[in-house]
Design a protein around this ligand. Structure first.
Ligand code: NAD
Length: 253
Protein backbone atom coordinates (compact mmCIF):
# COMPACT_ATOMS: atom_id res chain seq x y z
CA UNK A 1 0.00 0.00 0.00
CA UNK A 2 1.37 3.46 -0.88
CA UNK A 3 2.28 5.70 2.06
CA UNK A 4 0.63 9.05 2.79
CA UNK A 5 3.67 10.90 1.37
CA UNK A 6 4.64 8.52 -1.43
CA UNK A 7 6.99 10.25 -3.88
CA UNK A 8 7.08 13.53 -1.90
CA UNK A 9 10.22 15.45 -0.95
CA UNK A 10 10.40 16.60 2.68
CA UNK A 11 12.80 18.92 4.51
CA UNK A 12 13.09 18.56 8.30
CA UNK A 13 15.09 21.06 10.37
CA UNK A 14 16.40 19.96 13.75
CA UNK A 15 16.20 16.47 12.26
CA UNK A 16 19.15 15.22 14.30
CA UNK A 17 17.30 14.68 17.58
CA UNK A 18 14.01 14.33 19.40
CA UNK A 19 10.83 15.39 17.62
CA UNK A 20 12.66 16.16 14.36
CA UNK A 21 14.26 12.71 14.17
CA UNK A 22 11.03 10.86 15.06
CA UNK A 23 9.15 12.86 12.44
CA UNK A 24 11.80 12.36 9.75
CA UNK A 25 11.63 8.59 10.34
CA UNK A 26 7.82 8.70 10.13
CA UNK A 27 7.79 10.76 6.91
CA UNK A 28 10.30 8.37 5.33
CA UNK A 29 8.19 5.36 6.34
CA UNK A 30 5.24 7.06 4.60
CA UNK A 31 7.22 7.24 1.37
CA UNK A 32 8.90 10.68 1.47
CA UNK A 33 12.52 11.29 0.54
CA UNK A 34 13.82 13.35 3.43
CA UNK A 35 16.49 16.07 3.64
CA UNK A 36 17.65 16.26 7.25
CA UNK A 37 19.00 19.66 8.32
CA UNK A 38 20.73 20.33 11.62
CA UNK A 39 23.61 22.40 12.94
CA UNK A 40 25.03 19.32 14.69
CA UNK A 41 26.19 16.94 11.92
CA UNK A 42 26.53 13.81 14.13
CA UNK A 43 22.83 13.77 15.03
CA UNK A 44 21.66 14.59 11.51
CA UNK A 45 23.86 11.97 9.90
CA UNK A 46 22.67 9.38 12.42
CA UNK A 47 19.04 10.09 11.44
CA UNK A 48 20.01 9.62 7.77
CA UNK A 49 21.58 6.24 8.62
CA UNK A 50 18.46 5.20 10.56
CA UNK A 51 16.23 6.04 7.58
CA UNK A 52 18.51 4.23 5.14
CA UNK A 53 18.69 1.15 7.39
CA UNK A 54 14.89 1.09 7.34
CA UNK A 55 14.97 1.13 3.53
CA UNK A 56 14.23 4.83 2.99
CA UNK A 57 15.96 7.67 1.14
CA UNK A 58 17.52 10.54 3.11
CA UNK A 59 20.39 13.05 2.95
CA UNK A 60 21.96 15.47 5.39
CA UNK A 61 22.66 19.18 5.04
CA UNK A 62 24.41 21.18 7.76
CA UNK A 63 22.68 24.50 8.50
CA UNK A 64 22.15 26.92 11.34
CA UNK A 65 18.63 28.13 10.60
CA UNK A 66 19.21 31.43 12.43
CA UNK A 67 21.65 32.56 9.71
CA UNK A 68 19.99 33.71 6.47
CA UNK A 69 22.69 32.49 4.09
CA UNK A 70 22.69 29.03 5.74
CA UNK A 71 18.89 28.72 5.60
CA UNK A 72 18.99 29.78 1.93
CA UNK A 73 21.79 27.30 1.16
CA UNK A 74 19.86 24.53 2.97
CA UNK A 75 16.85 25.06 0.71
CA UNK A 76 19.08 25.31 -2.39
CA UNK A 77 20.84 22.05 -1.45
CA UNK A 78 17.48 20.28 -1.04
CA UNK A 79 16.38 21.43 -4.49
CA UNK A 80 19.74 20.47 -6.00
CA UNK A 81 19.51 16.97 -4.46
CA UNK A 82 15.81 16.23 -4.96
CA UNK A 83 14.45 18.84 -7.40
CA UNK A 84 11.58 20.21 -5.25
CA UNK A 85 10.23 20.62 -1.69
CA UNK A 86 6.70 19.33 -1.13
CA UNK A 87 6.77 19.25 2.66
CA UNK A 88 8.77 21.34 5.12
CA UNK A 89 8.92 20.76 8.87
CA UNK A 90 10.56 23.84 10.40
CA UNK A 91 11.29 22.40 13.79
CA UNK A 92 14.80 23.36 14.96
CA UNK A 93 14.69 25.04 18.35
CA UNK A 94 16.46 25.54 21.66
CA UNK A 95 15.20 25.95 25.22
CA UNK A 96 17.70 28.61 26.33
CA UNK A 97 18.73 29.02 29.95
CA UNK A 98 16.03 29.11 32.60
CA UNK A 99 15.86 32.56 34.23
CA UNK A 100 12.98 34.92 34.98
CA UNK A 101 12.21 38.08 33.02
CA UNK A 102 14.60 40.14 35.16
CA UNK A 103 17.49 37.67 35.23
CA UNK A 104 17.33 36.54 31.57
CA UNK A 105 20.44 37.87 29.81
CA UNK A 106 20.36 39.77 26.52
CA UNK A 107 22.57 37.06 24.99
CA UNK A 108 20.14 34.24 25.90
CA UNK A 109 17.11 36.28 24.81
CA UNK A 110 18.65 37.11 21.42
CA UNK A 111 19.83 33.52 20.76
CA UNK A 112 16.46 31.93 21.57
CA UNK A 113 14.58 34.43 19.41
CA UNK A 114 17.14 34.09 16.59
CA UNK A 115 16.75 30.31 16.36
CA UNK A 116 13.15 29.64 17.42
CA UNK A 117 11.45 32.64 15.79
CA UNK A 118 13.71 34.20 13.15
CA UNK A 119 14.86 30.71 12.11
CA UNK A 120 11.29 29.65 11.31
CA UNK A 121 10.71 32.85 9.34
CA UNK A 122 13.97 32.39 7.38
CA UNK A 123 13.05 28.78 6.52
CA UNK A 124 9.67 29.87 5.16
CA UNK A 125 11.23 32.85 3.37
CA UNK A 126 13.35 30.48 1.27
CA UNK A 127 10.97 27.49 1.05
CA UNK A 128 7.87 29.35 -0.15
CA UNK A 129 9.36 30.69 -3.44
CA UNK A 130 10.18 27.09 -4.45
CA UNK A 131 6.66 25.95 -3.49
CA UNK A 132 5.17 28.79 -5.57
CA UNK A 133 7.35 27.77 -8.52
CA UNK A 134 6.26 24.12 -8.35
CA UNK A 135 2.55 24.94 -7.73
CA UNK A 136 2.12 24.14 -4.03
CA UNK A 137 3.42 22.62 -0.86
CA UNK A 138 2.79 22.12 2.81
CA UNK A 139 4.64 23.62 5.78
CA UNK A 140 4.49 22.74 9.46
CA UNK A 141 6.32 24.86 12.03
CA UNK A 142 7.06 23.74 15.58
CA UNK A 143 5.50 26.08 18.13
CA UNK A 144 4.62 24.81 21.64
CA UNK A 145 2.04 25.00 24.39
CA UNK A 146 4.52 27.64 25.62
CA UNK A 147 3.12 29.81 22.82
CA UNK A 148 -0.37 29.50 24.31
CA UNK A 149 0.14 29.62 28.09
CA UNK A 150 2.91 31.09 30.26
CA UNK A 151 5.80 29.14 31.80
CA UNK A 152 7.82 30.90 34.51
CA UNK A 153 11.54 31.17 33.79
CA UNK A 154 11.33 30.96 29.99
CA UNK A 155 10.46 34.49 28.78
CA UNK A 156 12.27 34.34 25.44
CA UNK A 157 11.15 30.77 24.73
CA UNK A 158 7.48 31.58 25.42
CA UNK A 159 7.68 34.74 23.30
CA UNK A 160 9.37 32.86 20.46
CA UNK A 161 6.69 30.15 20.38
CA UNK A 162 3.83 32.66 20.51
CA UNK A 163 5.57 34.34 17.59
CA UNK A 164 5.76 31.09 15.63
CA UNK A 165 1.97 30.72 15.87
CA UNK A 166 1.55 34.23 14.44
CA UNK A 167 4.14 33.71 11.67
CA UNK A 168 2.22 30.55 10.77
CA UNK A 169 -1.13 32.33 10.56
CA UNK A 170 0.36 35.17 8.52
CA UNK A 171 1.98 32.93 5.90
CA UNK A 172 -1.16 30.75 5.76
CA UNK A 173 -3.26 33.81 4.86
CA UNK A 174 -0.71 35.19 2.39
CA UNK A 175 -0.47 31.95 0.37
CA UNK A 176 -3.92 30.43 0.91
CA UNK A 177 -4.85 30.75 -2.77
CA UNK A 178 -1.50 29.40 -3.97
CA UNK A 179 -1.98 25.81 -2.77
CA UNK A 180 0.51 26.32 0.05
CA UNK A 181 -0.79 25.28 3.47
CA UNK A 182 1.00 26.52 6.59
CA UNK A 183 0.25 25.05 10.01
CA UNK A 184 2.07 24.55 13.29
CA UNK A 185 2.14 22.00 16.08
CA UNK A 186 1.99 22.92 19.76
CA UNK A 187 3.48 19.96 21.63
CA UNK A 188 3.05 19.53 25.37
CA UNK A 189 5.97 18.14 27.37
CA UNK A 190 7.66 15.54 25.20
CA UNK A 191 10.48 13.34 26.46
CA UNK A 192 13.39 14.35 24.20
CA UNK A 193 17.02 15.38 24.82
CA UNK A 194 15.74 18.97 25.28
CA UNK A 195 13.53 17.92 28.19
CA UNK A 196 16.28 15.67 29.61
CA UNK A 197 18.51 18.78 29.69
CA UNK A 198 15.81 20.76 31.55
CA UNK A 199 15.61 17.90 34.08
CA UNK A 200 19.37 17.40 34.45
CA UNK A 201 20.72 20.94 34.52
CA UNK A 202 17.96 23.53 34.82
CA UNK A 203 16.29 22.62 38.08
CA UNK A 204 13.05 21.09 36.77
CA UNK A 205 11.87 17.86 38.38
CA UNK A 206 10.21 14.93 36.66
CA UNK A 207 7.18 15.75 38.81
CA UNK A 208 7.07 19.42 37.66
CA UNK A 209 6.83 18.27 34.09
CA UNK A 210 4.37 15.39 34.44
CA UNK A 211 2.07 16.93 37.06
CA UNK A 212 0.90 19.53 34.53
CA UNK A 213 -0.01 16.77 32.10
CA UNK A 214 -3.57 15.66 32.93
CA UNK A 215 -2.87 12.33 31.22
CA UNK A 216 -0.17 11.72 33.86
CA UNK A 217 2.84 11.24 31.62
CA UNK A 218 5.06 13.06 29.15
CA UNK A 219 4.42 12.61 25.45
CA UNK A 220 6.63 10.67 23.06
CA UNK A 221 8.25 12.31 19.99
CA UNK A 222 6.37 9.80 17.80
CA UNK A 223 3.07 11.19 19.09
CA UNK A 224 3.99 14.61 17.66
CA UNK A 225 5.23 13.03 14.43
CA UNK A 226 1.72 11.62 13.84
CA UNK A 227 0.21 15.12 13.90
CA UNK A 228 2.94 16.59 11.69
CA UNK A 229 2.46 13.79 9.18
CA UNK A 230 -1.27 14.49 8.98
CA UNK A 231 -0.78 18.25 8.54
CA UNK A 232 1.88 17.74 5.86
CA UNK A 233 -0.20 15.20 3.94
CA UNK A 234 -3.05 15.76 1.50
CA UNK A 235 -5.36 14.26 4.16
CA UNK A 236 -5.24 17.74 5.76
CA UNK A 237 -6.19 19.51 2.51
CA UNK A 238 -8.57 22.00 4.23
CA UNK A 239 -6.35 22.64 7.27
CA UNK A 240 -4.24 25.79 7.10
CA UNK A 241 -3.28 28.51 9.59
CA UNK A 242 -3.97 26.04 12.39
CA UNK A 243 -2.02 25.56 15.64
CA UNK A 244 -2.51 21.84 16.36
CA UNK A 245 -2.23 21.23 20.11
CA UNK A 246 -0.91 17.75 21.02
CA UNK A 247 -0.39 18.00 24.75
CA UNK A 248 -2.13 15.42 26.93
CA UNK A 249 -4.67 18.20 27.80
CA UNK A 250 -2.09 20.56 29.44
CA UNK A 251 -3.82 23.68 28.04
CA UNK A 252 -7.33 22.31 28.66
CA UNK A 253 -7.14 23.30 32.35
P1 NAD B 1 16.08 18.45 20.76
O1 NAD B 1 17.05 19.31 21.46
O2 NAD B 1 16.04 17.00 21.05
O3 NAD B 1 16.22 18.64 19.17
C1 NAD B 1 16.39 19.90 18.59
C2 NAD B 1 17.26 19.75 17.35
O4 NAD B 1 17.35 21.04 16.73
C3 NAD B 1 18.70 19.31 17.68
O5 NAD B 1 19.11 18.29 16.79
C4 NAD B 1 19.51 20.57 17.47
O6 NAD B 1 20.86 20.32 17.07
C5 NAD B 1 18.71 21.27 16.38
N1 NAD B 1 18.94 22.72 16.34
C6 NAD B 1 18.90 23.59 17.38
N2 NAD B 1 19.19 24.83 16.94
C7 NAD B 1 19.43 24.74 15.61
C8 NAD B 1 19.80 25.67 14.61
N3 NAD B 1 20.01 26.98 14.90
N4 NAD B 1 19.94 25.25 13.33
C9 NAD B 1 19.75 23.94 13.03
N5 NAD B 1 19.42 23.00 13.93
C10 NAD B 1 19.27 23.39 15.22
O7 NAD B 1 14.65 19.11 21.08
P2 NAD B 1 13.16 18.64 20.77
O8 NAD B 1 12.47 18.51 22.07
O9 NAD B 1 13.09 17.55 19.76
O10 NAD B 1 12.63 20.01 20.13
C11 NAD B 1 12.26 20.15 18.76
C12 NAD B 1 11.32 21.33 18.66
O11 NAD B 1 10.16 21.06 19.45
C13 NAD B 1 11.89 22.64 19.21
O12 NAD B 1 11.47 23.71 18.39
C14 NAD B 1 11.26 22.74 20.58
O13 NAD B 1 11.18 24.08 21.02
C15 NAD B 1 9.90 22.15 20.30
N6 NAD B 1 9.15 21.69 21.45
C16 NAD B 1 9.64 20.71 22.26
C17 NAD B 1 8.89 20.28 23.34
C18 NAD B 1 9.37 19.20 24.28
O14 NAD B 1 8.75 19.02 25.34
N7 NAD B 1 10.40 18.46 23.95
C19 NAD B 1 7.63 20.84 23.59
C20 NAD B 1 7.16 21.82 22.74
C21 NAD B 1 7.92 22.23 21.66
Amino acid sequence: MAGLLQGKIALVTGGGSGIGRATALKLAREGAKVMIADYIPEGGERTVRMIKEAGGDASFVGADVSIAREAEAMVAETIKRYGRIDCAFNNAGIEGKVANTVDCTEEVFDRVIAINLKGVWLCMKYEIPQMLKQGGGSIVNTASIAGLVGFEGLPAYNASKGGVIQLTRTAALEFATKKIRVNCVCPGVIRTPMVERLLDTQGFSEQDLTLGEPVGRMGKPEEIAEGVLWLLSDAASFATGHPLVIDGAWVAR
